[in-house]
Design a protein around this ligand. Structure first.
Ligand code: NOJ
Length: 487
């Protein structure tokens, strides 16, 4: 008789793939859609690679049935996608655009008809431009009200059909890139504003979760966080402490709020000292405490390595040294990592790790460490909502796309995830990033992630033909066997 091994993937494990509206849909002004901050930002000269925009992207809006057919042929059990807020409510808080809503309903129906579990992300960075113009976007509490309204529209329309929902995608990344580095919209470099906006987003996230639990009692919701574990450069206690500091600033700052409803005292104290702590009202504290996610979404790409900063910083020095908090902001062109630094913590290269073409460290064991840490700290079921390799794929003469490097990458990460399950981590599913190739926010179509190649470049839309890569067939087999023979 067959005895289920403790380290098997659960029978209902959600093997999936992910995407985001702006990166795939195109149809940016079709059927009543309003512009988002990305529609506007990408059209400003010099903001994106070779001026690429998501105006057409991979035209998933018109080709979604073809894409779902490919998912079904692959045996995909879950598909994570995001809803474009301004497609559903063009100005963010006013009239509902039925045509936009219908697109998502049809997509959900198509997925369900093919036995694919839809996973809906409510916010994947494309804020309605009108909210930015009228209220300064996430810097205003008006945007919380608007988000709540938008969520309500979706919960009421799709809550009976869709079980899994992601409230917020990589808040740590979009706030840092948008309000500190100014390389994402709204293009601000101001730490005070960054922390204020971040707090407003926490409140919006909490409202969305609370409302979900009222309106969709049988569903499950959680945020997706871009988690990267911090390592000390070596066993020098000063570096170990630096890694602790990094962990607090890069991860706990967000995860404690999501999962425990409180800001970590250590980080808060530093921010107060620097005069950049957000204004937190008493009612905010109550709200944050009252909205517990059902699962924690983890997007895993890589972590970071910390070395001590100067330990005896005066407040003034500290201000000078204070550079930010993002775990993985790598700039492809210079080939150089943008190192996040905070007081008492310098980010340095890890001498043991190889890097991708975009100088992101490749660290499968870090994935296991990440899962273990998050499970131990928050004890919630975990849904891997992203993990994947950005690379330059080419079509061989025989028409194949031999992305063996991607297979290798995914295999090594899935193996470590399997070990984490053996370790006792409760994991619901794994969505590789991404299903088809898609627009990389700042890297056009050069940096590809998909299981399915899309025939287009920055300059030429070509025929947008879909071609399954070798990794597509590999993942198909893995799903078929429920990961049993992976080694
Ligand atoms: C995180 C983001 O959620 C996604 O939109 C992005 O394309 C991938 N990581 C790869 O950078």
């Amino acid at each position: 008789m067959y005895h289920k091994q403790l380290d098997d993937f659960p029978a209902d494990f959600l093997w999936g793939a992910a995407s985001a509206a702006y990166q795939i849909e195109g149809a940016w002004n079709v059927d009543g859609k309003g512009p988002s901050i990305w529609d506007t930002f990408s059209k400003i000269k010099g903001k994106t690679y070779e001026g690429t925009t998501g105006d057409v992207a991979v035209d998933h809006y018109h080709l979604y049935k073809d894409d779902v057919r490919l998912m079904a042929e692959m045996g995909l059990r879950a598909y994570r996608f995001s809803v474009s807020w301004s497609r559903v409510i063009p100005d963010g808080d006013g009239r509902v655009n039925e045509a936009g809503l219908l697109f998502y309903e049809r997509l959900v129906d198509e997925l369900l008809a093919n036995k694919i579990e839809p996973v809906i992300t409510l916010y994947h960075w494309d804020l309605p431009q009108s909210l930015q113009d009228r209220f300064n976007g996430w810097e205003s509490r008006e945007t919380i009200k608007a988000f709540k309204k938008y969520c309500e529209v979706l919960y009421r329309r799709l809550g009976k059909k869709v079980t899994y929902w992601v409230s917020m995608n990589e808040q740590n990344v979009f706030t840092t890139l948008g309000y500190r580095w100014a390389i994402h919209p709204p293009g601000v470099t101001d730490l005070k504003r960054m922390y204020e906006a971040n707090h407003i987003i926490n409140l919006a996230n909490a409202e969305a979760i609370k409302l979900f639990h009222e309106l969709v009692p049988n569903g499950k919701i959680g945020p997706s966080f871009g988690y990267g574990p911090m390592y000390p450069l070596n066993a020098d206690p000063a570096n170990v402490l630096a890694a602790e500091n990094g962990e607090s600033f890069n991860n706990d700052w967000w995860l404690d709020v999501y999962c425990k409803g409180t800001y970590p005292r250590f980080v808060r104290k530093q921010l107060v000292r620097l005069g950049i702590a957000p204004t937190v009202l008493e009612e905010d504290e109550i709200l944050l405490k009252s909205a517990k996610p059902d699962f924690l979404g983890i997007n895993y790409y890589h972590g970071g390595t910390a070395q001590q900063n100067r330990l005896e910083l005066s407040d003034k020095d500290c201000e000078k040294e204070f550079l930010g908090t993002d775990p993985y902001l790598m700039q492809p062109k210079s080939g150089q990592a943008v190192t996040p630094e905070i007081p008492m913590f310098n980010a340095v290269e890890n001498p043991y790790l190889q890097k991708t073409d975009w100088v992101w460290e490749i660290d499968p064991i870090g994935f296991r460490i990440a899962l273990r840490r998050v499970q131990a700290r928050y004890d919630l079921p975990i849904f891997i909502t992203e993990n994947g390799l950005g690379a330059i794929d080419t079509i061989a003469e025989n028409g194949q796309i031999k992305d063996y490097y991607r297979i290798d990458y995914l295999k090594n990460h899935i193996l470590e995830m399997k070990k984490a399950i053996t370790d006792g981590v409760d994991i619901i599913g794994y969505c590789a990033w991404s299903f088809t190739d898609l627009l990389s926010w700042l890297n056009g179509y050069k940096k590809r992630y998909g299981f399915v190649y899309v025939n287009r470049t920055e300059h030429e839309e070509k025929d947008l033909r879909r071609i399954p890569k070798e990794s597509y067939y590999w993942y198909k087999q893995l799903i078929l066997e429920n990961g049993v023979s992976i080694k």
